[in-house]
Structure formats: structure tokens, C-alpha cells
Design a protein. Structure first.
Length: 256
């Protein structure tokens, strides 16, 4: 339901004002039962997996993806979220879902700092990133705000290797603000063993490496629109990202 407000005058107004941007995230949290708000998430209506399979949600935020997955599957979802402030929300939002929560991100083991744009003392955590330059570029690309005038806060987060998972992993969603390629390398064993469908948010800073890495492993890339999967190569995906003004783009990778 929420996705029908995308590409509207209302969405443009929200993305032009930092208060409205913060307020809109609060609204989405409040009406989370209306998720998903991105059309390409509806691809999972047509993706069948075994009841014993596991779903990985890497970059879980406060649970938007877990809630969306739960609309389509009863499977266990492993959620990874390194931001300690957002993790508390994740615990609350998913307490009635079939999830296992991990208070760390997938990456090089240890602690690292991420940057979060702030509105007074409130975090706009949807835009958090480990690279301040990339974060400012992303805000400029996907909103109408002046990224240079926004205040940013550093948060210390934990990162670790993925856990050992005996069950088959059928779906992996990755949204880690430019660190997608690093995550892909860390979960390479899972990819080789289980050949899961990968649902990855496009990020211009890392996507080409991610794309090439997966294509060499016999994956095919798709964009979901008009209620169907449309096969796209790297050049076409980059072009679609440019046409999707101020909107994020999710790319589906799967093996036949």
C-alpha cells in the first residue's frame, strides 16, 4: 500500500525536507503492516522455497525486510543489524515473527564506525554508512536535500563472519550502503553451497564489482517491474538506476 505513494508529489515533498524525511520513517514504522513499500518486493509472491529453508536479511534495519518477507513466507529469517540503537527497534518490531537476530553486521571481524545523518538528536538511520563521502553522495542522489548542511554522527558497530548455518539458505537480501561487495565475499561459501536467490540494493559505489563477482559464478541479473522479472545486463541496470529518479533500485540475482 505504501508503495503507491512513491513517485508522487508527496514523496518529492518528503525528500525535500529533513523533518518530513524523519517523520515519514516514523509513519512507515507506525504502519509497518502495510509493507512492503517498494514494488520490486512483490517478486517474492512468485518465488517458492522449501519450508525448511532459511532467509538471510543482511542490513535488517528496524525490520522492514523481515516484516515484508513474513508476508510471503513462514520460514526462519536470520537478521543482521550492527547499529545498536536500531537493533533495539528491530527486536521490538520482529518479536512476533519467526526470526533469529544478530547484533552485528557481516564483514571483517571487529568494531567499526558508521556515520548517521541527524535531525536534532534523532538519527536518520535509513541512510547510515561506513563511508561519509559515499553517504553524502547517496543523500544527494536519492533526496532533494543539501547533504553538506546535514549534521552527521559516528556510531561504533560490531562486525563479524556469518554464522555456521546447517539448513539451506534460499534467499539473501543485502542492503548495506555500499558494502555489498565485501558482504558477498564473506558469504561466498553459502552462495557456492546453496545457490540462493540474491536481492541486492543497487549502490553505484560497489555494484559493478558485485555484479561481476556473481556473473562469474553463473548468476543472471534481473529487475522486477510490470509484475515480471526482466533480465538485464550491467549497462542496462546502471541505466535503470539513472532513470529511477530519487528512488532506490533492487537487483535480483538467481541461477536457472
Amino acid at each position: 500500500m505504501i508503495r503507491f505513494f512513491r513517485n508522487s508529489v508527496l514523496e518529492r515533498s518528503v525528500k525535500s525536507n529533513i523533518f518530513l524525511l524523519f517523520f515519514s520513517n516514523c509513519i512507515i514504522e507506525l504502519f509497518s503492516f502495510l509493507l512492503p513499500y517498494e514494488e520490486d518486493w512483490t517478486v517474492f509472491k512468485n518465488v517458492k522455497i522449501s519450508k525448511k529453508d532459511i532467509i538471510l536479511d543482511i542490513g535488517a534495519h528496524w525490520g522492514e525486510s523481515a516484516i515484508s518477507f513474513s508476508k510471503y513466507y513462514d520460514n526462519k529469517i536470520f537478521c543482521f543489524e550492527p547499529n545498536p540503537f536500531i537493533f533495539k527497534k528491530l527486536e521490538n518490531k520482529t518479536k512476533n515473527l519467526n526470526v533469529k537476530l544478530f547484533k552485528y553486521g557481516i564483514g571483517k571481524q571487529g568494531s567499526n564506525k558508521i556515520f548517521v545523518p541527524c535531525f536534532f538528536n534523532y538519527h536518520l538511520s535509513l541512510w547510515a554508512s561506513g563511508n561519509l563521502r559515499q553517504l553524502k553522495n547517496r543523500i544527494s542522489k536519492y533526496t532533494f536535500l543539501d547533504a553538506k548542511k546535514i549534521k552527521y554522527k559516528k556510531i561504533v558497530c560490531l562486525f563479524n563472519q556469518p554464522p555456521k548455518i546447517k539448513e539451506k539458505v534460499a534467499i539473501i537480501k543485502i542492503d548495506v550502503e555500499g558494502q555489498e561487495y565485501q558482504v558477498i565475499k564473506k558469504i561466498n561459501d553459502i552462495i557456492n553451497k546453496d545457490k540462493p536467490l540474491l536481492f541486492i540494493e543497487y549502490n553505484e559505489d560497489s555494484f559493478e564489482k558485485t555484479y561481476n563477482y556473481l556473473i562469474t559464478r553463473k548468476y543472471h541479473s534481473f529487475i522486477y517491474f510490470n509484475n515480471k522479472l526482466n533480465k538485464k545486463n550491467l549497462k542496462e541496470i546502471i541505466e535503470n538506476s539513472r532513470l529511477s529518479e530519487k528512488r532506490t533500485l533492487n537487483v535480483i540475482f538467481r541461477k536457472y
